[in-house]
Design a protein. Structure first.
Length: 256
């Protein structure tokens, strides 16, 4: 029952899919970070369906790319792109860590956040137009939302936090860390087996390199610029991973 409550909590927090109302407490939040990748599974299924529809009706690459961009945004309600925007705004301030943390909490959008969102969405769309509906593309785009959320859960638990307050701290404090990490590690291993076996060893290796580079950047950037992790930084990390994964898929589409 606790696991089911945690699943409901994950979808209620990280998606726009209607969920039954449950009380926010340690019990219902215990496995929320471990079940976070399930939101990615739903997105993956919708991306798979969109690829099948696009292939059946012969949609052009721009229409297909638009679906790849919009489906995750519609399902998540933009919660992760919001974290990306807030982090971009804070980084652009070049202020002290405390001031940057205040910017993360500010509900108003700054100029640099707007520029960052526009640049991200245009870049993602442009890169996505390089993909065409195919078996290879389907396998890749169905992996990305699950793997990115798995890694976001892992770094949210393991990387040092920047305060004893905030949404990320609430989830971390309620999470059974060892159990969640074991679950996320198993999901990560499954994603890697899927990448190496179902797609290609080159794509699998490319994803590992991408994860190591982006995670290393996040670790040092979060500590130096903000004093540690926050929910906004976790969203920033997820969005960066997803566009980097897309670049990996496009590059290796030419090689596999």
């Amino acid at each position: 029952m606790t696991v089911i409550r945690s699943i409901v909590m994950s979808f209620a927090m990280f998606s726009t899919i209607p969920m039954p109302h449950i009380e926010w407490n340690d019990k219902s939040m215990r496995y929320s970070l471990a079940t976070f990748p399930l939101v990615g599974v739903v997105i993956a299924l919708l991306l798979w369906a969109w690829t099948a529809i696009s292939s059946y009706f012969g949609f052009g690459q721009m229409i297909y790319a638009l679906g790849l961009l919009l489906i995750p945004l519609l399902i998540t309600g933009g919660i992760h792109i919001d974290g990306f925007a807030d982090t971009t705004d804070a980084l652009a301030s070049h202020a002290e860590a405390e001031k940057k943390r205040q910017i993360l909490k500010d509900s108003h959008i700054g100029a640099f956040a707007g520029i960052g969102i526009a640049a991200y969405l245009i870049s993602y769309f442009a890169i996505a137009t390089e993909l065409v509906p195919s078996t290879y593309t389907t396998l890749c785009i169905c992996l990305a939302p699950v793997l990115s959320r798995t890694m976001s859960g892992i770094v949210s638990i393991t990387f040092p936090g920047n305060s004893a307050q905030g949404l990320l701290h609430t989830f971390r404090d309620a999470t059974g860390k060892k159990g969640a990490l074991v679950a996320l590690a198993i999901i990560f291993a499954g994603c890697m087996v899927y990448a190496f076996v179902a797609i290609s060893w080159m794509v699998g290796l490319g994803l590992i390199v991408a994860i190591v580079l982006v995670s290393t950047y996040l670790y040092f950037m979060s500590r130096r610029q903000f004093g540690g992790m926050s929910g906004d930084l976790a969203g920033f990390y997820l969005q960066i991973l997803e566009i980097v994964f897309l670049i990996v898929f496009v590059i290796f589409e030419r090689l596999v």
